[in-house]
Design a protein around this ligand. Structure first.
Ligand SMILES: C[S@@+](CC[C@H](N)C(=O)[O-])C[C@H]1O[C@@H](n2cnc3c(N)ncnc32)[C@H](O)[C@@H]1O
Length: 393
């Protein structure tokens, strides 16, 4: 029997409900671990049988070691090339103390997300899976990155904000779209950009993009064969995730870029992909969809376009339908927002509308469109919002 139990202190504490006092003293006497609820009766149970007490007292250390190991495995397995390349990139760049702090936060958030995902066995396939197109273009990615860096240096030296983007078809593209987003030749209108996109997102988010998109899959309403519309679908990467988890809905993706749509048609079977401006969806789509989704679309658009798109989303939703979108966090989502972020986005990723996006009042935009806000939730570097169209009657 331990000295502590003999002292009668836990029993005394139990009588007077003095859990905190006991916890402070017991921490010095036996390492019971802070994560377990500590009640006097629990403590007595642990220390009464000395052999059992010895193992239990050390259990938190074993658990901590196991979790640390899981973190390391998760990080290097899940992040695949993205995480390792980013780790090399960031550790070789000269960083200020503030930037180093941001980077550490980023890594910590990423690790905890991976850990949470790995506790869901059904998601392992999603986390480790790579499409054949991704595997084919992987060897080219270092070359693509070198060309991009050369373009950024050229633009900086010439004092240019944007390089010309020339559409090769007669589609009526909005003016804001004709910008070389992500410093890519011909912006979103090149096949090179569409092929590189999934790897670039993986690199940027160090592998956590799948974890963030998972929040959208999890937010889909229960039910089979829902009619789902994806605005600014790009290569529609999240569709692979949804399908891997058995969410076999009737899926329609729209995007402005014919090249992203080409890659989406090759990679994601079972969806319909159409070239359309999400600001002007077909008139015949009134009330047609159960769910409308938009992933990382809005931060690339001017505020007026975002308002128009949310109104269109509300129009094409059936009464009671759900709008789910995921995008970069806004100023309101940060306890202390780093004011350099919008400028950095323009500089590093050629995203001219990011500054407007972080200030936009989304809740008001949803209200104006006739949608009620259901949920706002931070997911790593993004924010997930869900809205609902009022039911008929
Ligand atoms: C950052 S990407 C996001 C792609 C994809 N949703 C994902 O999960 O990665 C933004 C996409 O929105 C498309 N886009 C931009 N403005 C659009 C508009 N007005 N209508 C439809 N698509 C648009 C771009 O071509 C691009 O493919």
């Amino acid at each position: 029997m331990s000295v502590l139990a003999k002292s009668g202190l836990p029993a005394l504490a139990a009588r007077h409900k003095l859990t905190c006092v006991v916890r402070t003293h017991l921490h010095d006497a036996a390492p019971i671990g802070r994560t377990r609820p500590l009640t006097p009766s629990g403590i007595i149970g642990k220390v009464q049988d000395s052999r059992k007490g010895y193992i239990l007292a050390r259990y938190p250390t074993v658990r901590r070691l196991l979790l640390a190991w899981l973190r390391v495995v998760a990080y290097f397995r899940v992040n695949a090339y993205g995480g390792v390349a980013q780790l090399l990139w960031w550790t070789t760049l000269p960083m200020t103390a503030v930037e180093r702090g941001h980077w550490r936060d980023w890594m910590r958030a990423s690790l905890s997300l991976h850990e949470r995902m790995l506790r869901r066995p059904e998601l392992w396939r999603v986390l480790f899976g790579l499409g054949w197109v991704e595997l084919l273009v992987a060897p080219l990615m270092p070359l693509v990155a070198l060309v991009d860096v050369a373009r950024v240096l050229y633009k900086r030296r010439a004092g240019l904000q944007s390089l010309r983007v020339r559409p090769r078809d007669t589609f009526s593209y909005p003016e804001y779209y004709l910008h070389d987003f992500h410093h890519q030749p011909n912006g979103g209108l090149s096949l090179r950009s569409a092929l590189a996109y999934d790897w670039q997102v993986r690199f940027l988010f160090a592998g956590t993009e799948r974890l963030m998109r998972q929040a959208v899959v999890d937010a889909l309403p229960r039910g089979d064969s829902l009619a789902v519309l994806d605005l600014g679908c790009g290569t529609a990467a999240w569709l692979t995730q949804a399908r891997a988890l058995g969410r076999n809905h009737r899926y329609t993706g729209v995007d402005l870029s014919p090249e992203y749509l080409r890659v989406a048609r090759i990679c994601r079977r079972g969806g319909t992909f159409l070239q359309a401006n999400a600001e002007e969806l077909p008139a015949a789509w009134d009330g047609r969809f159960d769910v409308v989704v938009a992933i990382w679309l809005f931060h690339e658009l001017p505020s007026a376009a975002i308002h128009r798109i949310i109104r269109e989303a509300a129009r094409v939703l059936r009464p009671g339908g759900k709008f789910v979108f995921l995008d970069a966090k806004q100023r309101v989502d940060h306890a202390a927002y780093d004011p350099r972020i919008p400028a950095n986005f323009m500089d590093y990723f050629a995203e001219p509308y990011f500054a407007g996006w972080v200030e936009l009042d989304l809740e008001a935009a949803l209200r104006d469109a006739g949608l009620s806000l259901e949920r706002r939730k931070r997911v790593h570097h993004s924010v997930l919002l869900t809205g609902r169209k009022a039911s008929a009657g």
